[in-house]
Ligand binder design. Structure first.
Ligand code: AHN
Ligand code: ZN
Length: 328
């Protein structure tokens, strides 16, 4: 975004800080303003549709393999250096499951980096569906998986056209959504059955050696009218990152999506990034006080389809993240 920066006077915001009982003011420079940011919600939505069009992205399936090639090709076409991390994990039934994490490095020479992540697999069980005949059938996961990935693809595309000063690692975790279903009681209890991809990455040298300053996870970021509360593990391990993102959203007019209030504890990929690496990670995830689960109303049902994805929500999240990145 070099051109627009030169054309604009540098805006400054004043942020009040309290230090040693006195309030001081810190000047923080805004390098890129809201109106400089480009993000196409149409394009992000198309990436969601593309992913779901392969069919459910259940690990070991043909659709999963096809979507892996699609995501790898897309990220390469946006100029990122892409690595597929191959690994495995143990399912709730004590079976070995494959893991294919997709790691796309943008601006690789930069030491100053952040991670943006999401899971790209979809759940093999519609175990929240009202009709129990569907409980063993896989879901599209348009919101649960594809929405975060769609936003991250569009961010990668934008970062190729308008460079940021920092480096960004986009990490698409696999095998997040294979956790113990409601309707199956395994013979032997297997702990940590969710988030197998982020667990594998966090224990690997790729995770251990990653020097990113912080990480932001997206999960279920595409429903109309979604609201993102400040999830508990995020707030306790990465309070500065939560504040940075929620303040950014408010500054550019998305305060109605990013609510300044506490959410519950959610076991998601960010939990394992925090537990297994040095990188503080937050989760941007919809909280719906109207549903019993607290999750998206179509969570783990066959209504989690691309038709229920809303451009405005993709845009609110995508623009907020770009605003944060361009101002690092
Ligand atoms: C649990 O239900 C324990 N965690 C939810 C994590 C998740 C599933 N996110 C999307 N799908
Ligand atoms: Zn899920």
């Amino acid at each position: 975004m070099k051109k627009s920066i030169l054309a604009l006077p540098i805006a400054l915001t004043l942020i009040a800080c309290t230090q040693a009982n006195q309030t001081i003011q810190v000047q923080q420079s805004i390098k890129v303003t809201e109106s400089d940011i480009k993000f196409s919600a149409d394009s992000a939505l198309q990436y969601v549709i593309d992913q779901t069009a392969f069919g459910p992205r259940v690990p070991s399936s043909t659709s999963h393999a096809q979507c892996l090639s699609y995501l790898e090709e897309k990220l390469k076409s946006f100029g990122a250096e892409v690595t597929i991390q191959e690994g495995e994990g143990t399912s709730f039934e004590s079976k070995t499951l494959p893991v294919r994490n997709i790691i796309a490095q943008i601006n690789k020479p930069k030491a100053n980096r952040v991670i943006l992540c999401s899971h790209w697999d979809s759940r093999p069980f519609a175990d929240q569906d009202a009709d129990s005949q569907y409980h063993n059938t896989p879901i599209d996961g348009a919101n649960d998986g594809a929405s975060g990935v769609g936003i991250l693809l569009e961010i990668a595309r934008q970062l190729q056209q308008h460079k940021a000063d920092i480096g960004v690692d986009i990490i698409l975790f696999d095998t997040e959504d294979y956790g113990t279903p409601q309707h199956i009681k395994p013979e032997k209890y297997v702990p940590d059955s969710w988030c197998l991809g982020s667990q594998y990455w966090g224990k690997s040298t790729l995770g251990k050696n990653n020097q990113a300053r912080y990480a932001i996870l997206l999960d279920m970021v595409g429903a109309a009218g979604a609201q993102f509360y400040q999830e508990h593990y995020s707030k306790s391990t990465a309070p500065n990152v939560v504040n940075k993102v929620w303040r950014a959203a408010k500054e550019i007019g998305y305060g109605s999506y990013f609510v300044d209030d506490e959410g519950g504890y959610i076991t998601d990929d960010h939990y394992y990034v925090n537990k297994l690496t040095q990188i503080p990670c937050i989760d941007i995830i919809q909280y719906d006080p109207q549903t019993q689960s607290g999750f998206y109303q179509h969570w783990h049902t066959h209504n989690d389809v691309a038709d229920n994805i809303d451009r405005a929500t993709l845009e609110a999240v995508g623009r907020t993240l770009l605003y944060v990145i361009y101002n690092e």
